[in-house]
Design a protein around this ligand. Structure first.
Ligand code: ADP
Length: 394
């Protein structure tokens, strides 16, 4: 890819003095991210702190201008990213709302503005960004990668849509954004007014992904606050409304990034997916603990790659020891939403951008996803009927 262009941008930026730090902006660590895509669009992350954002704005513009002047760059977008200033509580960080972009206008796509903090201490649900016109946001999470979380997220979203619900999907799996590939989506989303993002439509689902902003193989090191900033922005600045359900494909695992998302996104509930192996279940248990810590209701457990039906003889093999998630759900008093077999068609179709629930909704392979969607709707109804924990009075 445009490695040399990237190098040229860096050497151009090395000529810009950082007035606050007294060195050039590259040496001072001011540039926290830089990518150049095939179309020659350069995206630059410029580090600041929330209270210095306005003061850093001229520097941001200078950096953007310098990058735009490099041969091979068709457009440059520099955005400010910020971590919480030391000693500030989450409620005290100056912000016009989570993910607020500090008032400067730039291409919204790819502008991962982290004006918001990483999140408060565990146990607190801070004032989360509100997504107007979206009734329920549900997370699909897993204790580790490769268990089929994204495949489930896509097919679950499609199965919810098949039930007549207006559904969207937000790919928060920044480490391996696979939703565009699974829905067969390409190209950057439009932004008619340069501010709001029009989501892509894949098989009827409104979809948004960091993967639509950066090349799949672009090395981009996401730090927690940047991820949070980008997600806040995708939630708030994308035209999601009206939606009944927005499915959020979480990054795999249960680290700080995941915890921070679980804290800051106003989740109606979470679906946890695991393979039947005990080890995976141990990981899944960590996922449960994480959502409980931030008081997000668990809508249920899903067991993926539960068994394998031989396409030749029809024989069924419990290759991973089927049933672990069901037992676990029972033990924990959680709904078991269903088991999905290891199905070669599921794999081939989802990797080709033809998810099974969209392409063959009546097939045997799609059936488990419809059952899981029914369970999710039921669980959502139940958690909604529970008395609200917070009552806001005028
Ligand atoms: P994760 O999001 O947990 O990393 P993915 O959804 O990307 O996992 O799935 C990893 C791989 O496993 C993909 O190639 C996907 O097509 C495949 N896969 C997921 N679920 C199934 C299934 N039930 N049967 C066959 N292949 C599956």
């Amino acid at each position: 890819m445009s490695r040399t262009v990237r190098d040229q941008i860096l050497s151009r930026l090395a000529g810009i003095r950082d007035p606050e730090r007294g060195r050039d902006v590259v040496a001072s660590g001011r540039i926290s991210g830089l990518t150049v895509d095939e179309a020659g669009i350069a995206r630059i992350m410029v580090e600041t702190t929330p209270d210095r954002a306005a003061a850093t704005e001229p520097l941001r513009r200078e950096i953007e201008k310098a990058a735009a002047g490099v041969t091979g760059v068709t457009r440059a977008a520099a955005v400010l990213t910020a971590e919480r200033a030391p000693g500030r509580g989450p409620g005290q960080a100056p912000r016009g709302g989570a993910g607020h972009s500090h008032g400067h206008s730039h291409a919204p796509a790819g502008s991962a503005t982290a004006g918001s903090p990483t999140g408060p201490a565990a146990g607190q649900r801070p004032s989360a960004p509100v997504v107007p016109g979206v009734t329920a946001i549900i997370a699909v999470a897993s204790g580790k990668g490769g268990v089929g979380k994204s495949t489930l997220a896509v097919n679950l979203a499609l199965a919810l849509q098949a039930r007549g619900l207006k559904t969207g999907i937000l790919d928060a799996d920044v480490y391996g954004p696979s939703i565009p590939r699974m829905l067969g989506l390409q190209g950057r989303p439009d932004s008619p007014d340069g501010k709001r993002i029009t989501p892509k439509i894949g098989w009827g689902l409104k979809a948004m992904s960091i993967g639509l902003m950066v090349e799949e193989d672009t090395p981009l090191i996401w730090r927690g606050p940047m991820i949070q900033g980008a997600l806040d922005q995708f939630l708030r600045e994308t035209d999601w409304a009206p939606l009944d359900v927005l499915v959020l494909d979480m990054p795999p695992g249960t680290g700080d990034v995941q915890l921070s998302i679980a804290q800051r996104v106003p989740l109606a509930g979470a679906v946890i997916v695991s393979t039947p192996q005990d080890i995976a279940l141990l990981d899944a248990r960590k996922g449960l603990a994480m959502f409980r810590k931030v008081e997000v209701p668990i809508l249920g457990l899903v067991e993926n790659m539960s068994w394998f039906t031989c396409p030749h003889c029809g024989g069924r093999s419990d290759i991973f020891g089927h049933g672990g998630a069901r037992d676990e759900a029972l033990k924990l008093g959680l709904p078991f939403l269903g088991a999905v077999p290891l199905d070669l068609d599921v794999r081939i179709m989802s990797d080709e951008g033809r998810p099974v629930v969209a392409v063959a909704p009546e097939s045997e392979a799609a059936a488990p996803y419809h059952a899981i969607a029914a369970g999710v709707v039921e669980s959502l109804g139940r958690v909604r009927r529970e008395p609200p924990r917070i009552i806001i009075e005028d």
